[in-house]
Design a protein around this ligand. Structure first.
Ligand code: FE2
Length: 233
């Protein structure tokens, strides 16, 4: 699957653009456009097996994610939100209808999630590693804290690795489709890595064993993406 089909990165608005027209990785991950054409996943549905099985990926992507994409487009159509970049939209999300918060978050969080996974082995950069060690003491301690946040999130939500304005990294968790860019969350910053802990992300294969899904997640983390997000925060 060609990468250019996945998603456009632009810095101005949510209007639909050709996905290959505005690729600008230096702006990721906070400034995005939503393309009216539903993008393709940048890897095959079975690419992350055995960590995430093909059926789960296919249903998650083509049903759940597609619904967020479709609904978000409909929610913002012909409203001022359609002309805002996502960073600004999320920074004032408390003033938006709840549907925009849920579907906009659902669209954006999943986009980050698909991109921060890969079937290929990758590693944290020296710079990111140093930031992780400074905040958590070691990579292992970071993984422990991130995994705990994911396992303990009550009900549906997400766990995050986030960077603040000074580059300090921290872990957080959000309910539903909230994310660290939103003014409604307590711990705000630039998202670097996320894991979806809604049951739809793991239940087919892991059933109630969320902890096992979270522990296996490290097998598919795309550190190249996380490194880039940290460098471009
Ligand atoms: Fe999901």
């Amino acid at each position: 699957m060609e990468r250019r089909n996945f998603i456009a990165l632009v810095g101005t608005s949510l209007v639909a653009v050709p996905v290959w027209a505005n690729l600008n990785p230096t702006k990721m991950p906070v400034q995005r456009a939503i393309d009216s054409v539903f993008p393709e996943l940048p890897y095959s549905y079975n690419a992350l097996e055995p960590t995430i099985d093909a059926k789960t990926m296919e249903i998650h992507y083509t049903k759940h994610y597609k619904a967020y994409h479709t609904n978000f487009l409909a929610d913002i159509k012909d409203t001022p939100a359609a002309e805002m970049d996502l960073k600004d939209l999320f920074a004032g999300i408390s003033k938006q209808p709840i549907a925009v918060r849920n579907n906009g978050g659902g669209y954006y969080n999943h986009l980050l999630f698909w991109e921060n996974m890969t079937p290929t082995k990758t590693n944290p950069s020296a710079v990111l590693n140093s930031a992780l060690e400074k905040s958590f003491g070691s990579m292992e301690k970071f993984k422990e804290e991130f995994a705990n946040a994911a396992k303990k999130q009550f009900g549906s939500g997400w766990a995050w690795l986030v960077a603040d304005k000074e580059g300090k990294v921290f872990v957080s968790a959000t309910p539903n489709q909230d994310n660290p860019l939103m003014d409604v969350v307590e711990k705000k910053g630039t998202p670097l890595l996320c894991i979806d802990v809604w049951e739809h992300a793991y239940y087919l294969h892991y059933q109630n064993r969320r902890a096992e899904y979270v522990d296996n997640f490290w097998n598919v983390v795309n550190w190249d993406t996380v490194n880039k997000r940290y460098a471009n925060r």
